[in-house]
Design a binder for this molecule. Structure first.
Ligand SMILES: [Zn+2]
Length: 156
């Protein structure tokens, strides 16, 4: 199995929150601060392959990940992106949603119309976080999840 999201060692280094069905992980090639991924624990390639339990839990888990990511970046706005298939810019063939906190002043807002272009460019040409940067981001997000555990519970 070549899938990076099925690689326990990789997921363990990048995840900051999880429940029965999903991981929330910090994106290795973060586009903006707080850029996180929602990844089903089970290997599926397409939204249509989610089972009943995964479907029922999805919006709740997205909301909880968004909550943490927004606290991380200290903002209220975000993009939620699913790239389905290679033509849509997907680089890992294991279903995942991008949660990208946004601010009026962020670099992607130079031109709002072109932010997705900038995002896709970053996925291809951007650099991976160093191990230390990833560790620090994961610890910060884990700290937020711990601090706001009752708010997160209310969202589930
Ligand atoms: Zn996988």
């Amino acid at each position: 199995m070549e899938c990076v999201f099925c690689d326990k060692k990789i997921i363990d280094a990048e995840k900051f929150y999880e429940d029965r069905y999903y991981y929330a992980a910090y994106n290795l090639r973060a586009f903006l601060p707080g850029h996180s991924l929602v990844i089903p624990k089970r290997h599926v390639e397409n939204l249509t392959e989610l089972n009943k339990g995964e479907k029922e839990d999805l919006v709740s888990f997205l909301n909880r990940t968004i909550f943490i990511a927004l606290k991380f970046a200290e903002t209220e706005d975000y993009d939620l992106v699913l790239q389905q298939g290679e033509s849509a810019g997907r680089s890992v063939a294991h279903l995942h949603f991008h949660v990208i906190p946004r601010k009026e002043t962020d670099k992607a807002n130079k031109s709002k119309a072109e932010w997705l272009f900038e995002f896709n460019k970053n996925e291809v040409y951007g650099r991976n976080l160093t191990e230390a940067e990833m560790k620090s981001a994961v610890e910060k997000a884990e700290g937020i999840a711990k601090k706001y555990s009752s708010e997160l519970k209310a969202l589930s």
